[in-house]
Design a protein around this ligand. Structure first.
Ligand code: PLP
Length: 400
């Protein structure tokens, strides 16, 4: 009898974590590596948030809490949804977990039965399909290429819905493309969902605060109040507040779903870290002015990277609305050979040769479901980005 489960054989380790680890290993071995793989801001957590965590420790707030979050944090989350999204939720409609990842996972585990389908527009965040598989459902990926700016269209959504569809996972701004849906684009999608009352919407708003050029962030339940009763609005403090390591994510939705998510959490991890919950209270209730600075830095870096990558022969890099990623197309590089002698047959061979020959670590597009592309995370210094993009330009010029 095999020791490992069939469930495990259906999934694969995260490609983004693999690239980050590989770059770290090469660096540790003394190689000159620039890692553009990691999905986290390079900024430090703001001081007032750290201070709140220290105060929690000193105040003895170090014990178990309610499974899905302390009342103070739930209250802060309700206030955030009202203030920033025009959404009214009561504390019993809110769930707090160990990162956005656990929140999404809990929701899938407590709703999916074998045969249930989950629509995932591609390119997608690497974890969505594998989480659906782990939860026993069937991921239905819908390719959304560069021609539609990597966005799902109403026609494609309508065509993907079957009687077995349980969820649409919606992510704007997107990891890995940075694409953000305008109110008009999102309304066109919610109009389709209004015609299919059996489909629920899991909106992953993790990059809400990282939008540029006056782009207006909107979320499905806000754009179409008729979807409120079948929407789980997910968010977290990881990206906007530079708190990836603190592990706090949250969601709001119908009471029955929130209760079911708490049941899963009660038998797996229990409450998210108590100290981190108090830090998240401060993140949401405290001053938000540093977000302006974060956004300005990311916008400057996005412009730098888009311009430099478009100057590399064979690369086309769309300019996204948000997050801290770009997702350039490398069709013009395929069929060529690198200076080091590697045949560039797909985005994986491109990324591998780029890392080996120039020390620049990016994640190949096939990990995100649309090829031939690669993902650049530009959450690093302007100097490192300039150097990395110069190396990418040189690499592309060397292709013959
Ligand atoms: N959703 C998206 C789109 C992400 O990119 C990430 C992190 O990379 C998450 C959710 C998970 O965030 P957390 O670190 O809070 O688990």
């Amino acid at each position: 009898m095999p020791f490992l489960s069939d469930t495990l054989s259906r999934i694969k380790p995260s490609a983004t974590i693999a690239v980050t680890n590989m770059a770290a290993e090469m660096k540790a071995a003394g190689k000159d590596v620039i890692g553009l793989g990691a999905g986290e801001p390079d900024f430090d957590t703001p001081q007032h948030i750290k201070d709140a965590a220290k105060a929690a420790i000193d105040g003895g707030k170090t014990k178990y809490t309610a499974v899905d979050g302390i009342p103070e944090l739930k209250k802060a989350i309700c206030a955030k949804f009202a203030r920033e999204n025009g959404l009214t939720y009561a504390p019993n409609q809110v769930s707090v977990g160990t990162g956005g990842k656990q929140i999404l996972y809990n929701a899938l585990v407590c709703t999916l039965n074998p045969g249930d389908e989950v629509i995932i527009p591609a390119p997608y965040w690497v974890s969505y399909p594998d989480m659906v598989l782990l939860a026993g459902g069937t991921p239905v990926t819908v390719p959304c290429g560069i021609e539609s700016h990597f966005k799902l269209t109403p026609e494609k959504l309508d065509a993907a819905i079957t009687p077995n569809t349980k969820w649409l996972i919606f992510n704007s701004p997107s990891n890995p493309t940075g694409a953000g849906y305008t109110r008009t684009e999102l309304k066109a999608l919610t109009d389709v969902l209004m015609k299919h009352p059996h489909v629920w919407i899991m909106s992953d708003d993790m990059y809400e605060h990282l939008v540029f050029d006056d782009f207006e962030f909107v979320t499905p339940a806000q754009v179409e109040p008729g979807l409120y009763d079948r929407t789980l609005t997910c968010n977290g403090v990881s990206k906007a507040y530079a708190m990836t390591g603190w592990r706090i994510g949250y969601a709001a939705g119908p009471v029955a779903l929130i209760k079911a998510m708490a049941t899963i959490q009660s038998q797996s991890t229990s409450n998210p870290n108590t100290i981190a919950q108090w830090a998240a209270v401060e993140a949401l209730n405290g001053p938000q002015d540093f977000l302006v600075e974060f956004r300005a830095a990311f916008q400057r870096r996005r412009n730098l990277v888009v311009e430099m990558l478009n100057a590399a022969p064979g690369i086309t890099c769309p300019k996204p609305e948000g997050a801290f990623y770009v997702y350039p197309d490398i069709s013009g590089c395929l069929g060529k050979t690198s200076g080091g002698g590697t045949a560039i047959t797909d985005d994986e061979s491109f990324a591998k040769a780029l890392l080996e020959e120039t020390g620049v670590a990016v994640v190949f597009g096939s990990a995100f479901g649309i090829s031939p592309n690669f993902r650049v995370s530009y959450a690093t210094s302007d100097a490192a980005l300039t150097e990395a993009c110069t190396r990418i330009q040189t690499f592309c010029r060397s292709l013959t």
